[in-house]
Design a protein around this ligand. Sequence first.
Ligand code: ZN
Length: 193
Amino acid sequence: MEVLTLGPDATLAQVQQLVTEQRHAMGLDAMPVAMHADVVCADTGQAVQWLQDHANGMVLPAVLYHDEAMRPEPMDDAALDERLRGLRAKLRARDRAWWKTHKPANGMVECPQCRSMLNVEYCGVRGGWWNRCPVCHGDVRPEQVARQFDEWKHEYQRLRDLRNRQLQMPAYPVCWLVAVSMQEPATVRITPQ
Ligand SMILES: [Zn+2]
C-alpha cells in the first residue's frame, strides 16, 4: 500500500496530479482521488485503516488525520485560562464570613436548618461563627449564595479538568493521507509531500 501525506491546504487538483505521477512511475494507470473532508482520524494508524476500509477499486480515498509525526501545535487557550482566572477570583470570597459583610437590620440571622437565632456581631470574629451554624453546623448563608459558590466551584473543576486533558494530549497538525495504490495492504509506505 502506497500513501502520500500532504498539508491540510492541498487541493484536489494538486493531489490528483501527484497521485497520477506517482502511479505512472509505478507502472499503474491513473485513478480518480476522492477527498473526504468530513472525517478527521485521530492518528496515522486510524487513517491507514480508514483508507483500507474505503478503497473500492474505483477511487483512491484521501482522509484528514492528526499526524503524530509532526511537531504538536502549541496549545493556545487564552480564553479558557481567562475563565479559570475569573472563577478563581470569585471563589476567593467563598470562605469569607457572609453575614459579616451583609448585616441584617436587626443584627440577627436565623439558621435555616435548626432555626437558632445568631448574633451577627459574632460573625467572622475569633471565637464566633463563620458560615456554619454553631449549634447544628449547617450552612447559614442564603441558599442562592451557597448554590452560586457551588456552581462556580463545579464549573472551575470542570474547566480545570478539561485544561489538564488538553495539556496531556497535544494537538498534532491535521494533514491529508492519500491512497496512491492499495496493492499489498499489509505494507504501508508513507511519502511526505
Ligand atoms: Zn443551626
